[in-house]
Design a protein around this ligand. Structure first.
Ligand code: NDP
Ligand code: 8X3
Length: 265
């Protein structure tokens, strides 16, 4: 979109799935004078995504891959200061990095899994937001910029075997809604998109790398693709500045709720 020309966009978790697709979609639809900062823990994979984008979009898109573990507050602290000058004037933050670990139920949920999910999905998202907000607030006269948080249907509807993940996404929802209220006197837009089932590395991560188990989740279903979600994220960022697509729920056709899925026999 023309409205995104000249923007600088940060995406967390851009090495895979929704984050990767979102980076590609921004570049595909706004190839003029766009700056993309792609972050995740796997730098090599980020570099591959960056190469792919540069090949497709040409020299109008500058891509900067940055290794950043959002679950480590100390890595977020230095993040903005360490960016090259030309990438520092950030306009859009897509808080996408997130994960689920396991399907265990209380009292058998591993402490490491609990801590990792909260440190990544909740504290990581909050710390990223706090790191970028001063840039948005300093943009005159009353501040401007976009925060797009990737929540989940899991944050609206808790389900068995997902108590911690659901709690983290409910926390994202609560933080997002409070922040939108806190920033009411600014032109900063705070937006959330909550997908249902999307086929990415999400379930592979949930089952600790067991690809067969992950595949079973989508048997008889036609899940969303990460591109489907990316299109909506880019749409949100590309609206006229007075339009806030505050809250969006997106399902594949066979899904009507977190656990209401029509599976083909
Ligand atoms: P993927 O596993 O494919 O992608 C997750 C991304 O997050 C990866 O790029 C991963 O990169 C990154 N990530 C994980 N931990 C960290 C960390 N500590 N620091 C930085 N980056 C991290 O899954 P999705 O694309 O599906 O997930 C993206 C978001 O969408 C998540 O927030 C997820 O909860 C949400 N979501 C997913 C749904 C689905 O059904 N797939 C539905 C609803 C919401 P790396 O490993 O390189 O760090
Ligand atoms: C991912 C969707 O319902 O599998 O956020 O947890 S769900």
């Amino acid at each position: 979109s023309k409205r995104l020309e000249g923007k600088t966009i940060v995406i967390t978790g851009a090495s895979s799935g929704i984050g990767r697709s979102t980076a590609i979609e921004f570049a595909r639809t706004s190839p003029k004078n766009l700056k993309l900062i792609l972050t995740a823990r796997r730098l090599d994979t980020l570099k591959e995504v960056a190469t792919e984008i540069t090949k497709e979009a040409g020299s109008g898109v500058k891509v900067l891959p940055v290794k950043l573990d959002v679950s480590k507050p100390e890595e977020i602290k230095g993040f903005v200061q360490e960016l090259p000058e030309e990438f520092r004037d950030i306009d859009v933050l897509v808080n996408n990095a997130g994960l689920v670990k396991g399907v265990a139920q209380a009292p058998s949920i591993a402490e490491d899994d609990i801590n990792l999910m909260f440190a990544t999905n909740v504290t990581g998202l909050i710390n990223m937001t706090q790191a970028i907000l001063p840039i948005f607030k300093s943009r005159g006269p009353s501040g401007a910029g976009d925060i797009i948080n990737i929540g989940s249907i899991a944050g609206r509807e808790p389900y068995q075997g997902g108590s911690i993940y659901c709690a983290t996404k409910a926390a994202v929802r609560s933080f997002t809604d409070a922040l939108r209220r806190e920033l009411i006197a600014t032109r900063i837009r705070v937006m959330e998109i909550d997908p249902g089932q999307v086929e990415t590395e999400f379930s592979i991560v949930r089952f600790y790398g067991d690809v067969e188990k992950a595949k079973k989740v989508y048997e008889g279903c036609e899940p969303l693709t990460p591109d489907d979600v990316a299109e909506v994220v880019v749409f949100m960022a590309g609206r006229r500045e007075n339009v806030v697509v505050a809250d969006t729920l997106i399902f594949p056709n066979h899904q009507a709720a977190a656990t209401v899925l029509h599976k083909k026999p």
